[in-house]
Unconditional design. Structure first.
Length: 86
C-alpha cells in the first residue's frame, strides 16, 4: 500500500466515508472533518508511519506541516519519511 493510499484510508475512516470519496484535492473541511477529527487523523497517521508530525493543534496554520488538502498531507508525510530514513 502506498503512502497516498494509506493516508486516504485513514482520512476516509475519520470522515466516515469510503476511500473512493476522498480525492487528493479534498480538504479536511470539505470531508466534514472537524478539529478533533483532524487531530485524531494526525495521531493515526503518526502511528501508521511511525513518524512525528510537527502539528500545532491549537493553531494549525502555525505548524510546519501543511494540512490544507489531502495532497499536501501526503507530500508532507512522504518528506518526513524520507528525512527519517537518512
Amino acid at each position: 500500500m502506498t503512502v497516498k493510499d494509506k493516508v486516504i484510508d485513514i482520512i476516509a475512516e475519520q470522515a466516515m466515508l469510503e476511500p473512493s470519496d476522498v480525492t487528493m484535492d479534498s480538504t479536511p473541511e470539505s470531508l466534514g472533518i472537524d478539529s478533533l477529527g483532524l487531530v485524531e487523523s494526525i495521531f493515526a497517521i503518526e502511528e501508521a508511519f511511525d513518524i512525528s508530525i510537527p502539528f500545532n493543534a491549537n493553531d494549525p496554520s502555525e505548524g510546519d506541516f501543511d494540512i490544507s488538502t489531502v495532497s499536501t498531507i501526503v507530500a508532507g508525510i512522504e518528506k518526513l519519511i524520507s528525512e527519517q530514513a537518512t
